[in-house]
Design a protein around this ligand. Structure first.
Ligand code: SF4
Ligand code: SF4
Length: 70
């Protein structure tokens, strides 16, 4: 599963852009830094490839086994 720590996010958009399954999207809410942060839009579509976590320059995303498709 994908865990996003909203308060570390600086809204660079890399995770949203590079997710091969396009299951992340920039959300409607702001974090404590005043930035919009990504949300999971389709948990079942995530393949837990961890590209989002690798792309994130802030270390705001953690991907663990145990998602819907693992
Ligand atoms: S683990 Fe892969 S498929 Fe899942 S949200 Fe991250 S980049 Fe997308
Ligand atoms: S890659 Fe990290 S810092 Fe950039 S939008 Fe995604 S969660 Fe936020």
């Amino acid at each position: 599963m994908v865990q996003i720590n909203p308060d570390l996010c600086k809204n660079c958009g890399y995770c949203v852009k590079f997710c091969p399954k396009k299951v992340l999207a920039t959300g409607q809410n702001r974090n404590r830094r005043g930035q919009f942060y990504p949300v999971m839009t389709d948990e079942a579509g995530c393949i837990t490839c961890a590209v989002c976590a690798m792309m994130c320059p802030e270390g705001a995303i953690e991907v663990t086994e145990g998602g819907a498709n693992t």
